[in-house]
Design a binder for this molecule. Structure first.
Ligand SMILES: *Cc1c(COP(=O)(O)O)cnc(C)c1O
Ligand code: SF4
Length: 335
């Protein structure tokens, strides 16, 4: 029998969807009709950075196509085992930039909180795939030292929640954090870097929207989509809800070989984003993280793509082509 109280104790729908994410490569292959895929990564690689993909994301993959742009973002290929020169485990110098646990300050005026190590999806090209999250988790002590650092640095106008994916955290913790940040007078903006509205749109529920609407901070949400096939009706509805809750929406994309390294793919993505109320922000050149060399698009090709894109789209639909460089004062424009 379902009583009132057991109903209240139920996990939010998104948490159930998150816990039902596919973790077994064989199951993913079966669900996509790609049984007996030959080139899977070694067990060591898969243990270090396991497969993880929500079921609603799998539903957007084309069946029977090993080159499907969504499948390719999540399936651990044999190519990941390769050690490639110039590709390492901390490609963007994160570990050198931490003034407090989980706090990254590389740029003036904004700090990034590595709010959690957890993600709803494991993107195989991720530059944080080797990051030692367990050692740098600010949430463990309720962000106390991180908040102290922010409160003491008057130049900080914007706090960026990142990760991992900050929206894998429960809403009561996020609401509490937003509430405390709002009491720090020099902090004007809360920015959330999240892939959840794209990969697990169920996450954008009433509880999330409620605390977002309630905060006095200005709100920016930077989503992460790499291909227009990621944006289905469910995602569009989630993004629309975020807009209506007062969030400005932007998107960042990683330029990925075999996934979106065509002008048509990039321009379709920009158009699709605009249709859902999102503007393209950054197009990142791949960070050289070990295991991701097979995703790299060389700079000459990237610049050619970007030039063609500029000739094809209004300026506001052309993302900035950038690269992260350890020690630089901003993302470096590379166009
Ligand atoms: C990318 C990044 C930011 C955000 O940079 P913007 O140019 O403001 O989008 C902030 N802090 C760190 C550490 C970053 O890596
Ligand atoms: S969602 Fe972001 S942080 Fe998480 S694995 Fe993908 S790229 Fe990395």
């Amino acid at each position: 029998m379902i009583t009132q109280s057991s109903h209240l104790l139920q996990k939010p729908v998104w948490q159930a969807a998150l816990s039902q994410a596919v973790r077994n490569p064989q199951e993913l292959l079966e669900l996509t009709g790609l049984d007996n895929h030959p080139q899977i990564a070694s067990e060591a690689t898969r243990r270090q950075f396991p497969l993880r993909v929500p079921r609603s994301y799998i539903a957007r993959m084309k069946k029977g196509d090993p080159n499907d742009p969504l499948f390719r973002q999540v399936f651990p290929l044999h190519a990941e085992d390769q050690i490639s020169p110039g590709f390492n485990t901390d490609p963007v110098g994160d570990l050198a930039a931490m003034p407090a646990p989980g706090v990254l300050q590389k740029y003036t005026g904004r700090v990034l909180l590595v709010a959690t190590g957890a993600c709803a999806i494991h993107c195989r090209y991720c530059f944080r795939r080797h990051f030692p999250y367990g050692d740098h988790n600010p949430a463990q002590e309720h962000w106390k030292r991180a908040l102290q650092y922010i409160a003491q640095n008057q130049s900080i106008r914007e706090v960026i929640l990142s990760g991992g994916d900050p929206l894998t955290l429960a809403d009561n913790r996020l609401a509490e954090l937003a509430q405390t940040l709002a009491t720090i007078s020099h902090v004007k903006r809360l920015r959330i870097h999240t892939r959840l509205p794209v990969v697990l749109p169920e996450r954008v529920d009433h509880h999330l929207l409620q605390w977002l609407e309630g905060t006095s901070l200005q709100k920016v949400v930077v989503i992460h989509a790499n291909h227009v096939n990621e944006l289905d009706d469910r995602v569009a509805a989630a993004l629309n809800d975020l807009s209506r809750a007062g969030c400005r929406l932007f998107n960042q994309t990683v330029l990925l070989r075999g996934i979106n390294d065509k002008v048509s793919a990039l321009s379709d993505l920009s158009e699709g984003l605009f249709d859902t109320g999102v503007l393209p922000y950054y197009l990142h050149l791949l960070d050289k993280v070990q295991g991701a060399a097979h995703f790299e698009v060389d700079i000459i090709t990237a610049q050619r793509l970007h030039r063609t894109l500029r000739a094809r789209l209004p300026g506001y639909l052309v993302p900035l082509l950038v690269q992260e460089q350890a020690g630089a004062p901003s993302k470096l424009p590379r166009s």
